[in-house]
Write a protein that binds this ligand. Structure first.
Ligand code: ADP
Ligand code: MG
Length: 378
């Protein structure tokens, strides 16, 4: 019985617990789209189309030409902690895919009015299937035959409708939320250093107004050249006074850390590649809106690193900051991606040493006289 304020500890029912947790995995519009785009990249897509209907308030659609999802996997798509990317925990330090926790789609199922997936694999193309997922992540129904080249389309309808407070806030702040989502998509459009294993991606972002009028917000050519992606995102003028950066740093490793991790090294090499404005060219920016940082090609927040770079720049150009699109290639065992739900915060072993090692070579690039003619592509 009830006695005063004392109540017994009870388990939250499964559905409520799931909704509480999901609200932390995907916080906003940008977070929702990030998960879909990352899934497309993980599926090996080379073209990705993002479509916002009514700025994302009505629906968000991400189409790709990736691997598709095989029929035997449909029941697991929306199930929590179900992933095709992490065979065991031992593989976590070496994971090269964006996803590995299997929580995005299960969370999105709980956070949307409905989710529709159209998918086709190498085995089924040119035919595909339409799959409807319920709030609990289970397949409601699937229709087996629809024309669809290989790949997957995920449509989120009514984002946050199941959370009335957040939905209201989403509607109220859409004028800010939508540009934030575009900036996040720019980060994916600009991932530096396309490699054989990660080719260039043709990313197209469109808005569709209620009357069906389309507006292209962003489109890359998919050649995988960082300079051509910069042109796609900001136009050719953005490359004026911009240098190619290609450094290899030796970062000293904290001995305590090294012992703990069983590493027998005093220093680690870190490659830095990308583009940065030359201060001597006088082409800085008044805001950091053109600064994107990556670790092993994963977009991330590196505030300290950004600050260190801006500080060096400031000693040559007092009132501006550089355009900077930089990828830091680190040994996978010296980073931890699994820190924040959105994976944008990344723990770096020896971050202070890393920043110290970066400053001098960066200073040298800023004082080198041979600024290439930025308008001509290499
Ligand atoms: P994670 O990405 O961490 O594995 P998600 O919830 O984002 O978890 O996705 C669950 C699974 O659904 C993935 O592991 C993948 O197998 C499949 N999947 C999701 N989106 C796509 C896509 N666009 N193309 C192919 N498979 C996909
Ligand atoms: Mg994912």
């Amino acid at each position: 019985g009830s006695c005063g304020n004392m109540s017994r500890i009870k388990a939250i029912d499964h559905n409520s617990a799931h909704r509480i947790h999901s609200g932390q995995v995907v916080l906003d519009l940008q977070g929702a789209i990030k998960e879909l785009v990352e899934n497309s990249l993980d599926a090996g897509a080379t073209t990705i189309d993002v479509r916002f209907k009514n700025q994302g308030l009505d629906s968000i659609e991400v189409l790709d030409n990736g691997s598709g999802i095989a029929e035997e996997d449909w029941p697991s798509i929306g199930l929590k902690h179900h992933t095709s990317k992490l065979p065991s925990l031992a593989d976590l330090p070496h994971v090269t895919t964006f996803g590995f926790r299997g929580e995005a789609l299960s969370s999105l199922c709980a956070l949307c009015e409905s989710i529709t997936i159209v998918t086709s694999t190498k085995q089924t193309e040119p035919m595909g299937a339409v799959i409807h997922l319920g709030r609990d992540g289970k397949v409601i129904d699937s229709e087996g035959r629809i024309a669809r080249p290989r790949g997957t389309t995920v449509t989120l309808n009514g984002l946050f409708v199941p959370l009335p407070v957040r939905r209201k806030e989403f509607e109220r702040t859409i004028k800010r939320e939508f540009p934030k989502a575009l900036t996040m998509l720019q980060a994916y459009a600009l991932v530096p250093a396309a490699t054989v294993t990660k080719p260039g991606v043709r990313l197209k972002v469109e808005t569709v107004a209620s009357k069906g009028k389309r507006n292209v917000m962003l489109a890359t050519d998919g050649r995988g050249s960082l300079r051509s992606s910069v042109i796609s995102v900001w136009g050719p003028k953005a490359l004026e006074g911009v240098l190619d950066l290609d450094l290899e740093l030796q970062v000293s490793v904290d001995p305590v850390m090294a012992r703990r991790e069983g590493l027998d090294v005093q220093s680690q090499s870190v490659k830095v590649s990308g583009l940065i404005s030359s201060a001597s060219w006088g082409q800085g920016r008044s805001s950091t809106d053109r600064q994107f940082f990556y670790i092993n090609q994963r977009p991330c927040d590196l505030k300290q690193v950004g600050r260190a770079i801006n500080e060096v720049y400031k000693s040559y150009n007092t009132h501006q900051v550089p355009l900077a699109v930089l990828d830091f290639q680190l040994p996978p065992e010296s980073i931890d991606i699994n820190v924040s739900p959105d994976k944008r915060t990344i723990f770096l072993h020896s971050e202070a040493n890393f920043i110290a090692a970066l400053q001098l070579p960066f200073r040298e690039t800023q004082t080198s006289p041979d600024v290439p003619n930025a308008v001509n592509e290499p």
